[in-house]
Design a protein around this ligand. Sequence first.
Ligand SMILES: Cc1cc2nc3c(=O)[nH]c(=O)nc-3n(C[C@H](O)[C@H](O)[C@H](O)COP(=O)(O)O)c2cc1C
Length: 341
Amino acid sequence: MTASIPRFGIWALVSGATGSLFHPDEPPDATWERNKRLVLEAETLGYDTTLVAQHLFHVRDETLDQLETWTSCAAIKPRLFHPAVLAKMATQIEEISHGRFAINLVNAWYKPEFERAGIPFSEHDARYDYGREWITLVRALIAGERVEFKGAHFTIDGYQLRPTGRYRPRPIIYAGGESVQARDLAADTADVWFINGQPTENVRALIADTAARPRRGPKLRYGLSAFVIARPTDAEAQEEHARILDIARQDAPLRDRQMANTDPKAVMFHTFARLPKHVGSNGGTAAGLVGSYDTVAARILQFHALGIETFMLQFQPFEAEMRRFADEVRPRVQRLSVAAA
Ligand SMILES: Cc1cc2nc3c(=O)[nH]c(=O)nc-3n(C[C@H](O)[C@H](O)[C@H](O)COP(=O)(O)O)c2cc1C
C-alpha cells in the first residue's frame, strides 16, 4: 500500500542547476556551501529526502563544476566501487546519519566518465548483469549478513560487516533506469523504483509492468522525478514554462554534445525524445507538475493514487521555487490527502 501522504524530496544541485544553464536568476553554482545550505533549508522546510546524482564530469559542459556524489552522499554506479568497499562506506554513513542513508543504483549511460579513465563501459545489458551481481552483494553486506559468493564478476570469501542494523535492518535501496533490464533488477533487488517524469498514463503502465515482474519480500515502492512550476494560476505557470523553455534553447548545443556521449541503448533517452518539450532532467516538466497551486497538488494526488510515494523534485531558480512549493503546494497536498482518507 502507498503511504497515505506523499513524501517530497529535492535533487541536490551537484551540477549547479537543474533546468537551463542560462537562467538569468540562477547562474550554475555547484559549490559545496550552496548545496549544504540548500539541503539544510529543504529539511527545515519539511522535505523528506534528497537525491545526490552521480557524475564525474558535468554532462553538459565539462568546464563547469560538478560535485562528487559519494563524498556528498550518494547515488551509485556499480562499476566505480567494489561492492564490499561500497557496502562498508554505506554502513558507516548509515551510522553517522543515524539511519537516514539510502543508495540509488544507476547502471550508467554517460560514456566519457568511464572510458576516459580506462574503466570498462560495457554494453547496456552486460552493465545490468554486472549491476545485478553487485547489488546482490551490497544488499546482503549492508544488512550485516555473512557473505560467501562466487559469481561471474566477484568472489567474496566470508565477509561480514559491523556495525550494521543499529537504526533499522539496512539502508534503503532505490534504483533508476527504464529498460526491461532496469525494471527486472528493481523488481528483484530494490525497495523503491524511481520513474522518470512523464504523464500519468505512462506511469500507470510502467508501474503495472514492473509490479508484475518476479519479486521476493515486501511490495516494491515507487518514486517519481519531476520539475515543478507552480503559480497562483494555470496561465501564469504555463507562461513561466514557456519562458524557461525559451531560455533553455541556449542549452541546445550542450545537450547535443551530451547526447553524442550517451549510450544509444539507454532507454530513458528514447522516452524523453517522445515526450513533449520539457525542462529539467529525467523528464522534468513532462510529469505535468506545471500549473496553479491547486492543479499541481491535484496532479500529485493522481500520481500518488497510482502508487507514487516519493516525489523527487527539481526547481529553477531552485531555492525560491522550493520555498514556494513548501508554502503553497505541500499544504494543499496535505489537505487533499486528509480529505481523501
Ligand atoms: C530519479 C533518477 C535518478 C537517476 N540518477 C542518475 C545518476 O545520478 N547518474 C546516472 O548516471 N544515471 C542516473 N539515472 C539514470 C538511470 O539509472 C539509468 O542509467 C538510465 O535510465 C539508463 O538506463 P536504461 O536504459 O535502463 O533507461 C537516474 C534515473 C532516475 C529515474
